[in-house]
Design a protein around this ligand. Structure first.
Ligand code: CU
Ligand code: CU
Length: 365
């Protein structure tokens, strides 16, 4: 990115912070607006993004891009609402010996500048136009065929975690701009896996967004559940190899403003993948509940009953839980810095039996 683009980005961030300041000040909710006693400290007022959470002062590097209710523009790099419960099962056919064949097309691009947080644009590198790329899904034993098209300006590949031949590993067969490649392998060992570009410098290709999730279901399916995908990620918007934004499914604070609705007593299954670049660890803490954790999703027996999982980059797992009590519950990184830079969301647990009762009694008034 050029120096002038960097300046535009920095000024965008500055204007977000200053407008947050103005909104909070005009709302008059916070009596103590940043009183800067020490002229060198340059404290900023941030926060106030959720009920019960007030604004606070900090001299640290905290960005709070939520003063406009998390509304994203038309050029948003993804729609977290849609992405959450979308699974791409591919174009299905049957091979002569009766095996299910699933064909996917993934197109890499590195030329787009899109919105990654309200008012913040960034040069995203995408599979099929979004960060993360689509969630690929198959059943154990299926043949996976991924037609890869490099529509970008630099070399890219697709490296899928799992069992396959060396030439299907997306490491040494570098696909140049305009090139194509067909990756073919069997969906082996059920579980949840990341896929990502494996061209060097790797941290550049990953931090710009070339990754996604790949799910292999066991032959006997897991029990029915409300299923969703969460990819923990972040963005380094000032190119100092430290992330400025964190989240699940790209947009900071999105699920804080748009809580994920789930039903009381219904099983929820989260396929969780950590693709965060630069930071050593990431984690997910769930409020008011515990979840069964299936590390890598490769077993049908849970490894742990917990409210906390910590993962390094590339690690993943399946989380299963149901809520006994309706209401709003947070989920967020228990690394406080990440939570305060956007990696925070809400589950809204609804009691559908209550809703039905109100409807059947013609009530609601
Ligand atoms: Cu790449
Ligand atoms: Cu990897």
């Amino acid at each position: 990115m050029s120096r002038s683009q960097t300046i535009i980005l920095v000024s965008l961030v500055a204007s977000i912070l200053s407008s947050a300041f103005a909104v909070l000040a005009s709302a008059n909710q916070f009596s103590a607006i940043a009183q800067d006693n020490n002229s060198n400290s340059e404290k900023k007022l941030v926060g106030g993004h959720a009920m019960g959470y007030s604004a606070y002062e900090t001299s640290g590097d905290v960005l709070d891009p939520v003063n406009n209710d998390g509304k994203m523009g038309k050029d948003a790099v993804m729609n977290p609402e849609k992405y959450l419960r979308s699974f791409n099962y591919g174009r299905i056919s049957t091979s002569p010996n009766g095996t299910t064949v699933r064909e996917f097309t993934l197109v890499a691009d590195d030329r787009q500048t899109m919105e990654i947080s309200p008012g913040v644009s960034y040069n995203v590198w995408t599979f099929n136009g979004t960060v993360p790329g689509p969630t690929l899904r198959a059943t154990e034993g299926d043949i996976i065929r991924i037609k890869f098209i490099n529509n970008g300006t630099m070399p890219h590949t697709i490296h899928t975690h799992g069992i396959h031949k060396a030439e299907m590993d997306g490491v040494f067969e570098i696909i140049n701009p305009g090139g194509q490649y067909i990756y073919e392998f069997r969906a082996e060992q059920f579980g949840v896996y990341p896929y990502h570009c494996h061209v060097q410098p790797l941290e550049q290709h990953i931090s710009h967004g070339l990754y996604g999730a790949y799910i292999v279901d066991p032959k006997t399916p897991r029990p029915p559940a409300d299923e969703m995908v969460m990819i923990m990620n972040g963005f380094d918007t000032d190119f100092d190899t430290e992330n400025n934004f964190y989240g699940v499914n790209t947009i900071p604070y999105y699920y804080m403003h748009h809580p994920i609705e789930i039903e009381k007593d219904r099983l929820v299954r989260v396929y969780l993948v950590n693709m965060l670049e630069f930071d050593q660890i990431n984690n997910l803490h769930l409020h008011g509940n515990l979840y069964d954790l299936y590390r890598s999703g490769t077993s049908l027996e849970p490894d742990e009953l917990t409210d906390m999982v910590t993962m390094s980059q590339g690690e993943r797992g399946i989380l299963e839980f149901n809520y006994r009590y309706p209401g709003q519950y947070m989920f967020h990184a228990h690394k406080t810095e990440f939570a305060e830079k956007g990696w925070t969301g809400l589950f809204m647990v609804k009691d559908s039996s209550e809703t039905q009762q109100i409807a059947s009694s013609g009530g609601g008034r």
